[in-house]
Design a protein around this ligand. Structure first.
Ligand SMILES: NC(=O)C1=CN([C@@H]2O[C@H](COP(=O)(O)OP(=O)(O)OC[C@H]3O[C@@H](n4cnc5c(N)ncnc54)[C@H](O)[C@@H]3O)[C@@H](O)[C@H]2O)[C@@H](O)CC1
Ligand SMILES: Nc1ncnc2c1ncn2[C@@H]1O[C@H](COP(=O)(O)OP(=O)(O)O)[C@@H](O)[C@H]1O
Ligand SMILES: [K+]
Length: 511
């Protein structure tokens, strides 16, 4: 990979970004020159997105700090290119460099307005109120302005970050600009991958303004703590190509434990996810009454029939399923119901790596997450959605306010690999390494898509003995694959056309 391409996968916190910036300035780069570089490239990208013949009048919102300075450089460049630019700056005291750009813009004859309303004739708004320097919530007239702007139907391009969002957590501080496009400067910031911010960031792009690699890599630790899983990296984690002389057991044996009378389909969906992974051998433990169904749907799986309770739930695991040494990995949970406590208790004793999802998570929460997991001798992967996460980790308050930190904290507390599902799925290991799935589709927001993911994760992990990547990288690769299949399926069938069965059929088509 080209070194600068690698930067596409790095996410830096505000503190790291400020430290990187500090190194650039300490090296002698003038602050004004760096602003000029970043803002010039941003203005060029804006001109590509909104060419002069499509947009004429541009309103620029200018804040007191360097985000406002960027906006003024952009205002100047657009003005020089022939756009009809005007400025609204609701602040009297500006940082020195920003003030200089304000004076120059003024001298060029760019008009300044005293109220936001005067910009409502514009065809494009540039939001340069605040970037990563925003510390306290927007309030007073400023908040009123932002709320008003959000009611207009004029496209908005936010410089660096939509003003009002917390750069790390994505929290809305008071109120925030709802951008059409966000042009993130230099390196990706966490805000772009926090679910709560997605309604504000619009289409996000990164502007690489040539930050020296040495300043980046001497600031962020190795392995890179926060990373996006993109195609190039994900493909490298797949068990491809297969060794010529392999055989089915070398390609991994997964035991899937799933299903109940009530949720019979979960066992089929997770089996389909597992099959799509290419796993060498798949065993599926289900209530005995479901065996004929499973054999019909998954003819290549070894179906293990388990005794059923009166409630239609697996009552216990037969010897074939508890011969844990036969399996490289066990995935347990989809459709079990919360009654299957005995199954989950037994499975937690297995010495191989374990993937727990759905009801297995609810049962684990009842058993006591951290205490139970502390007794495990091998890796555990937990794949909760937010509701399950809260049950598993009740002392991590409001995880939705900072999903990235919450996932990291949960992994560190429990010693497990945690995959927190969502629009932007986060995967953390106990040592603090975090993977983020940077793109997905709301087409996945329907029952059963998680079951497919459980099987896919289990199937990929089972094959890891031929590849030897970190487990969290494999878990993340499964989540990337799942999301890519959904994106492709949604493209061909619309966001309404991606039921879980269809999703599993699209898994092999993305390559
Ligand atoms: N990181 C980099 O390498 C570069 C950063 N640049 C720009 O610099 C920005 C950061 O600049 P700053 O550190 O000046 O910060 P900002 O421009 O984001 O805002 C900070 C200013 O806003 C004020 N402020 C904060 N919260 C407020 C509130 N609620 N109400 C009213 N005023 C408030 C602060 O007192 C301060 O003056 C980045 O987002 C980016 O746009 C670029 O100029 C060039 C390169
Ligand atoms: N809005 C969304 N955008 C992208 N992916 C989503 C969205 N909502 C849900 N998903 C994904 O869909 C899957 C749902 O899993 P889960 O909640 O376990 O559902 P189920 O148990 O019904 O299978 C997860 O992989 C999650 O990340
Ligand atoms: K901004």
């Amino acid at each position: 990979m080209e070194p600068r391409q690698e930067l596409n996968s790095i996410v830096v916190t505000t503190e790291q970004m400020a430290n990187i910036e500090g190194k650039i300035f300490a090296g002698g780069m003038p602050v004004a020159a760096l602003m000029e570089k970043a803002a010039l490239l941003t203005s060029q990208r804006i001109q590509q997105l909104y060419p002069l013949h499509t947009v004429d009048k541009v309103g620029v919102l200018v804040g007191p700090g360097h985000n406002g300075g960027d906006a003024l450089v952009i205002a100047r460049e657009l003005h020089l290119q022939g756009y009809d630019v005007c400025v609204y700056c609701p602040f009297t005291k500006l940082k020195e460099l920003t003030q200089q750009h304000a004076n120059y813009a003024h001298s060029l004859g760019i008009p300044y307005h005293n109220d936001l309303e005067s910009l409502n004739h514009c065809q494009l708004i540039i939001d340069g109120l605040f970037g990563f320097g925003l510390k306290r919530p927007l309030s007073g007239n400023l908040a009123i302005d932002v709320d008003r702007l959000n009611q207009w139907s004029i496209p908005v391009v936010s410089v660096d970050i939509p003003s009002g969002l917390h750069t790390d957590t994505g929290e809305v501080l008071g109120t925030a600009v709802k951008a059409t496009h966000s042009l993130c400067l230099g390196l990706w910031k966490p805000v772009y991958f926090q679910d709560q911010a997605l309604a504000y960031t619009g289409i996000a792009e990164k502007i690489d303004f040539g930050i020296p690699l040495k300043d980046i890599f001497s600031t962020i630790p190795q392995p890179i703590p926060l990373q996006l899983l993109h195609k190039t990296l994900a493909l490298g984690f797949l068990p491809l190509p297969r060794p010529q002389l392999t055989h089915k057991y070398q390609q991994g044996h997964l035991l899937l434990i799933a299903g109940s009378h009530r949720y019979a389909g979960a066992s089929i969906l997770s089996s389909n996810g597992a099959k799509a992974s290419g796993v060498g051998m798949l065993s599926v433990a289900v209530p005995e009454s479901l065996k004929p169904l499973l054999v019909g749907k998954i003819p290549d799986g070894l179906v293990i029939d388990c005794p059923v309770s009166e409630k239609g739930v697996i009552a216990s695991l037969p010897p074939l399923a508890t011969d844990f040494a036969s399996y490289d990995i066990i995935a347990c949970g989809p459709g079990l119901t919360r009654e299957a406590t005995e199954v989950v208790t037994r499975v937690l004793e297995a010495k191989c790596p374990l993937v727990l999802d759905a009801d297995a998570l609810n049962i684990l929460a009842q058993l006591g997450t951290v205490n139970r997991l502390s007794k495990r001798q091998n890796a555990t992967v937990l794949t909760p959605h937010l509701g399950e996460f809260k049950r598993l980790f009740p002392d991590i308050h409001n995880p939705e306010k900072d999903r990235i930190s919450a996932t990291k904290q949960a992994a560190s507390q429990s010693g497990a690999i945690i995959l927190l599902k969502g629009a932007r799925t986060i995967i953390a290991n106990p040592q603090g390494k975090i993977w983020i799935i940077p793109e997905s589709t709301p087409a996945l927001a329907r029952g059963g898509s998680g079951d497919v993911l459980t099987g896919l994760i289990g199937g990929l992990l089972a094959q890891n003995k031929t590849t030897n990547h970190t487990l969290e990288a494999m878990v993340a690769t499964a989540a990337w694959w799942h999301a890519q299949a959904a994106i492709l399926a949604a493209k061909e069938r619309s966001e309404l056309g991606v039921d879980a069965g269809t999703l599993s059929q699209y898994l092999h088509t993305i390559f």
